[in-house]
Design a protein around this ligand. Structure first.
Ligand code: BGC
Length: 344
């Protein structure tokens, strides 16, 4: 485990970058600012190494980070309709930061903008963040733990754990943007995707699910057979028109609470192939439709669809949808989940 400075935050706290490297030349670098995945170097078939995630050179970039590059989002990723919810007879108000709704808990004060505590081990790093009762509007004194590790099969494993002393919403994710050609290499529309999901949760124009679980069959949302993303992303289909492309929750097949494969993404000519494994019931496939033009790491210029996210999670707005798997955790129910991004 190598460690180096990643700069100082606005209020003068030094944060660090931790490197995990395996024998095959895969290297993941993560920071305790936001528990963010900053760099992910992956060799192609001929051994040419590229960094395949979008990001910034130092902590200063991540203090702005409007697109949540690489971030761990907690307590609640994705949207909560009306930016409020009721739990055990109490009403809780969240920040309205996406029209009338809440997106990713809090864009300014969220977990992706906090300095996390660090525990370094030989081949993993664990970040810990405490959230007070009522912080960001969510009940319960909570503690989140995120562990990154890299194995010799090129799997970057992210393990999440959370405890709370009151019932609350726990639905974290990692919001990395992948471009398997390399983070500076423009659009992901030429990547091929397979999502092992027979159903998805259609949503309204503000991306709040209606609450039904609908087959993908016969629609451009059917990604069960490998598809070039650009082939159907701009189809004249209401769900795609609403979201300006793919930005939906898929109900991944085979949910039992065990880790299983849910997705494969391939760069053109299959030079790099990534598989996604998780024990969670859903994944938000977001094609980066709303990435505003911005400068990134190593003089990169990012824009619309220059990276894609596969945000493993429970379904959005589950707290208002009794038929969706529950996102309520508390004194009698700790949260634990695993997601692996694996390069084959
Ligand atoms: C959402 C997008 C949003 C992006 C950045 C994704 O999880 O689904 O709609 O633009 O995050 O906030």
């Amino acid at each position: 485990m190598q460690k180096r400075s990643f700069g100082k935050t606005r209020d003068g706290k030094e944060v660090f970058l931790y490197s995990l490297e395996n024998k095959n030349g895969v290297k993941a670098e993560v920071t305790n600012f936001g528990a963010i995945l900053v760099n992910l170097f992956v060799p192609d078939k001929d051994g040419k190494v590229e960094d395949v995630v979008l990001g910034f050179d130092d902590v200063t970039g991540y203090e702005v980070n409007p697109s949540y590059f690489g971030s761990v989002i907690a307590p609640s990723a994705n949207r909560i309709g009306g930016a409020s919810f009721e739990l055990n007879g109490q009403t809780y108000a969240l920040k309205k930061n996406n029209g009338e709704n809440n997106l990713h808990s809090d864009d300014e004060l969220g977990s992706h903008k906090k300095v996390w505590d660090v525990e370094e081990k030989e081949d993993s790093v664990t970040f810990t963040l405490k959230n007070g009762d009522g912080e960001l509007g969510f009940p319960g004194n909570k503690e989140f733990k995120v562990t990154y590790s890299l194995d010799e099969e090129n799997g970057l494993k992210i393990q999440y754990e959370a405890v709370s002393d009151k019932d609350t919403i726990i639905n974290p994710t990692n919001h990395s943007y992948f471009n398997l050609k390399g983070h500076k290499e423009g659009t992901i529309e030429d990547h091929k995707i397979t999502l092992l999901a027979s159903n998805y949760t259609p949503a309204d124009a503000a991306s709040i699910p209606y609450g039904d679980i609908v087959p993908v069959e016969g629609t451009p949302m059917d990604l069960r057979q490998e598809l070039v993303i650009g082939d159907k992303i701009d189809s004249d289909f209401e769900q795609l028109n609403f979201a300006v492309g793919y930005d939906h929750n898929w109900v991944t097949d085979g949910y039992t609470g065990e880790v299983r494969k849910i997705a494969t993404v391939k760069a053109p000519n299959d030079v790099r192939i990534m598989e996604v494994y998780t024990d969670l019931p859903g994944v938000q496939f977001y094609a980066g439709n709303f990435i505003d033009p911005q400068s990134g790491k190593n003089q990169a210029e990012y824009g619309k669809r220059s990276g894609l996210c596969l945000e493993t999670q429970c379904y959005p707005d589950s707290i208002h949808k009794p038929n969706f798997p529950s996102v309520v955790y508390g004194p009698d129910k700790n949260y634990k989940s695993t997601t692996i991004y694996k390069f084959v």
